[in-house]
Design a protein around this ligand. Structure first.
Ligand code: SF4
Ligand code: SF4
Length: 262
């Protein structure tokens, strides 16, 4: 059962009459406010299954629409249109076009997990928000977000080398997202801790940028993790109807290009 919130009614769907009299009673202006009725015909009946097939969305079916996630949400406190409870409702009833109207808001989740701790049904709304943002990207409704770009660079670094070089991850991220290397916040961090950074650390970081160290005996683990990632990505695409699963056509899906190797 939907919960109707005033903030969810789009201004274009509100109707009032300047002059309206019903049974001799003047109900003009505010008293004659109606919500325009509409018929939704483009349901995506697979929408809940599609979100549930992506990491984080697995427990969306448990939601009983109590609203605790939205009430506790960090972003909702400053942007009332950011409403996890409402989006979970739209997903569960398959109202894809309605969900797409908020596609530029959904990715703004800051992963604070307040909603996850408030949820009485263990839906993990933070995971659902992440899965929904991922779904929007995979379906081509939104461009790849900087957050997804960072996740890919970080993952590729681990898979390739079995260890992380912070400076390389950061430099690759800034380059990929077309941001200048010398960010103000970065300068501030360097300034704040600069005097305490050992020279040895700086030299080691510069060395690692050129000759990336690798975990000894990592090759087998790298191959196994790489295969697993490819398998999972193929599964996700198949669940969204974007690709055929490996088992169905017998072909190996194309390898995802590793940023770290570029
Ligand atoms: S994790 Fe996202 S949806 Fe949950 S409370 Fe934080 S900002 Fe809101
Ligand atoms: S707190 Fe949990 S059960 Fe309640 S509306 Fe949010 S996701 Fe659904």
């Amino acid at each position: 059962m939907p919960i109707h919130e005033k903030s969810l009614i789009r201004p274009e769907n509100i109707r009032t009459h300047e002059n309206l009299t019903i049974d001799g009673v003047d109900v003009s202006g505010h008293w004659s406010t109606f919500i325009e009725s509409r018929v939704v015909t483009d349901y995506n009946e697979a929408l809940e299954d599609e979100i549930a097939a992506l990491p984080g969305g697995e427990h969306i079916h448990r939601c009983w629409q109590c609203g605790s996630c939205t009430n506790s949400c960090t972003v909702h406190a400053i942007e009332p249109r950011f409403n996890p409870r409402y989006w979970i409702y739209l997903i569960r009833v398959g109202m894809e076009s309605e969900l797409l109207r908020d596609k530029d808001l959904i990715w703004q989740c800051v992963s604070c997990n307040k909603c996850t701790y408030a949820c009485p049904r263990d839906v993990v709304p933070e995971g659902v928000m992440k899965a929904t943002a991922h779904w929007l990207e995979l379906k081509g409704h939104t461009p790849e977000s900087p957050s997804t770009t960072f996740d890919k660079i970080f993952t590729d670094e681990v898979v390739q080398y079995g260890k992380i070089e912070d400076t390389k991850v950061l430099a690759t991220f800034l380059k990929k997202t077309k941001q200048p290397l010398l960010q103000d916040w970065l300068k501030q961090i360097v300034w704040n801790i600069g005097m305490r950074l050992p020279v040895k650390w700086g030299l080691k970081s510069m060395w690692a940028m050129v000759f990336h160290p690798r975990t000894r005996g990592w090759d087998k683990a790298r191959a196994a993790i790489g295969d697993y990632i490819i398998e999972k990505e193929a599964e996700h695409k198949a669940a969204l109807g974007l690709d055929k699963p490996k088992a169905a056509n017998g072909n190996q899906p194309p390898q995802r290009k590793l940023h770290a190797a570029e």
